[in-house]
Design a protein around this ligand. Structure first.
Ligand SMILES: N[C@@H](CCC(=O)N[C@@H](CS)C(=O)NCC(=O)O)C(=O)O
Length: 203
């Protein structure tokens, strides 16, 4: 398999999941400013017309996008890791709910709005207010549990990768001590450390 990624982008979640299940994969870095591959400058749009990461190329050469779908697929590669529940189980429904929450309530609030210089201040403030609401909910929840859906799951990898953007955007997690502790807990996982190191985010 090949994972097309950008350091610290949402693709980090899929990268973490691939390591957690012990998958055999290669990393292909994409420069998202130019939409070119870091290794040879070739056009990423020629590989993926949508131009975004994560993009996962399977052994049969087929290419797939959408982080939440890729996380489900990767988790299913090794059911023994229990990164997602059995189809039809309560655990799976909970993990899928959280994947949907992270994708639509967190990921797509941060991105593109808080990453683009052109975003109007009023929009930026509205997005920050919405994220504060979501973070407050997570703060309450994480006061009583270690992970989003019982044991560690791919939803935690996804939440970690997205909430980690606070560091780069100057958003403080100080008002949310349980959420900050959760981020530190996920970050301390060996495969998360390995993924961060491989992406050049940790020395
Ligand atoms: N719908 C996609 C969105 C992925 C996405 O937003 N990727 C960002 C990085 S976090 C990206 O590659 N942006 C560059 C671009 O859209 O040109 C998903 O859920 O995986």
């Amino acid at each position: 398999m090949k994972l097309y990624y950008a350091p610290g982008a949402c693709s980090l979640a899929v990268h973490i999941a691939l390591r957690e299940v012990g998958a055999d994969f290669a990393l292909k870095q994409v420069d998202l400013a130019s939409h070119r591959l870091a290794e040879d400058g070739s056009d990423f749009y020629a590989i993926s017309p949508r131009g975004y990461v994560p993009l996962l190329e399977l052994a049969d050469g087929s290419r797939h996008s959408e982080g939440s779908a890729l996380l489900q697929h990767v988790a299913d590669l090794d059911p023994a890791q229990a990164l997602i529940g059995e189809p039809g189980s309560a655990r799976r429904l909970q993990v899928l709910e959280w994947l949907g929450f992270v994708a639509t309530e967190l990921h797509k609030s941060f991105s593109p709005w808080l990453w683009h210089k052109e975003t109007a201040d009023s929009t930026r403030q509205a997005v920050k207010d919405k994220l504060a609401q979501r973070f407050a909910e997570l703060e309450g929840l994480l006061a009583t549990r270690e992970h989003l859906a019982g044991d560690y799951s791919v939803a935690d990898a996804y939440a970690y990768a997205i909430i980690n953007w606070c560091k780069f955007l100057g958003l403080s997690l100080q008002p949310y001590p349980h959420l900050a502790a959760y981020q530190a807990r996920i970050e301390a996982r060996p495969q998360v450390q390995a993924a961060l190191r491989a992406e050049g985010l940790l020395s």
